[in-house]
Design a protein around this ligand. Structure first.
Ligand SMILES: NC(=O)c1ccc[n+]([C@@H]2O[C@H](COP(=O)([O-])OP(=O)(O)OC[C@H]3O[C@@H](n4cnc5c(N)ncnc54)[C@H](OP(=O)(O)O)[C@@H]3O)[C@@H](O)[C@H]2O)c1
Length: 312
């Protein structure tokens, strides 16, 4: 193995706490047919990353594995059969090969070009943030101008995009967040903000056309009666109960589709034109991935936590 083929990567050898994120030297991956090799500049730290690491979400993984799916970076090499992309292009997207590393591979169907005006940090915040909100509020429902939309967790890595996408469709948007994030959620365009720390949202809101839940648990349970007949409850945390939905005369959805290449291009173009903005939380070097997970596990904050892996 030559030195050039090695890279730094976080690896997990067994389920457990943040201390199980180990920085190691491993072999650089090679792109298969239809894939590109990416030199990662920034990786998004998603809540699902620590849920998988802890064994809370059982994914079919084999140890040791490299966590992470969301990245931005530069194409280093093209696999066979790849067209429409070039070495040196700035891209963002999703990898199934781990992104807490200096290099990863990604299918051409799960990447899109990042304009020079979008930073790598913003690009790394899009997959699992903008893409999730997009699936929920653009692909799963057809929002009409004037629809009332409630977004739970409006300051989070997903919620902040949900507010912006719903506003772009002309909806009246109500966002929930903690006291420290009220002004931030207002700046995203929300028409009404409910500080969940001081106010019971279920005393304040009713008759929403679409309720988008990124919190789950008790928040989700208290949300069902707020959706008007014929309306839609979408949750990305837990599975909604179809019988309860039937009883209440509403639709209840847990989106499962991943964003397509075309979706990624559309989102990048909204970012490029300044119509949608990312928001970034703290950024950590690769060797501090465990601190990044500890931060994410608090369940509070604003915008996407990142790993800053290389300078561009
Ligand atoms: N199924 C999927 O496809 C999918 C995809 C992406 C994410 N998810 C899941 O969705 C959840 C959110 O993800 P994320 O990336 O947005 O997380 P995140 O960036 O960690 O954001 C969490 C947000 O929730 C807010 N919050 C906490 N408690 C709240 C409450 N009771 N009411 C309202 N807001 C509250 C926090 O704001 P404060 O600081 O103001 O409390 C914070 O801004 C995670 O559980 C994640 O695993 C699922």
């Amino acid at each position: 193995m030559t030195k050039q083929q090695l890279m730094r990567s976080i690896r997990v050898h067994e389920y457990g706490g943040p201390e199980n994120l180990k920085l190691e030297q491993v072999q650089r991956p090679e792109p298969s047919e239809g894939e590109v090799l990416v030199r990662i500049v920034a990786a998004g730290v998603l809540p699902i990353d620590w849920k998988i690491r802890q064994g809370i979400i059982k994914f079919p993984i084999s140890f040791p594995y490299t966590p992470g799916t969301a990245f931005s970076g530069v194409i280093e090499e093209l696999g066979s059969g790849v067209s429409g992309f070039e070495v040196g292009q700035r891209i963002y997207g999703r990898s199934t090969n781990g992104t807490y590393a200096e290099y990863t591979t990604a299918s051409v169907e799960s990447i899109a070009v990042l304009a020079d005006t979008i930073s790598f940090e913003e690009g790394a915040a899009l997959f699992g943030g903008a893409t999730t909100a997009w699936q929920a509020l653009v692909k799963e429902v057809e929002l009409k101008s004037g629809d009332r939309v409630l977004v739970h967790g409006a300051a989070g890595g997903v919620g902040l995009f949900a507010v912006q996408f719903a506003k772009r469709k002309g909806a009246y948007v109500i966002g929930t967040c903690g006291t420290d994030n009220v002004e931030f959620v207002r700046s995203l365009g929300a028409d009404e903000i409910i500080d969940y720390k001081t106010t019971s949202f279920d005393q304040e809101v009713r008759d929403v056309d679409v309720l988008f839940d990124t919190i789950g648990g008790e928040t989700l349970e208290r949300s069902w009666p707020l959706v008007k007949q014929g309306g839609t409850l979408i949750t990305i945390v837990g599975m909604p109960n179809p019988e309860k939905a039937k009883e209440l005369g509403i639709h209840a959805i847990r989106p499962t589709n991943l964003a397509s290449g075309e979706d990624l291009v559309e989102i990048a173009s909204l970012m490029e034109s300044g119509k949608v903005k990312a928001s970034l939380a703290d950024s950590y070097p690769l060797e501090q991935a465990s601190q990044a997970h500890e931060r994410s596990q608090t369940g509070h904050g604003r915008g996407r936590i990142l790993l800053a892996i290389a300078s561009d």
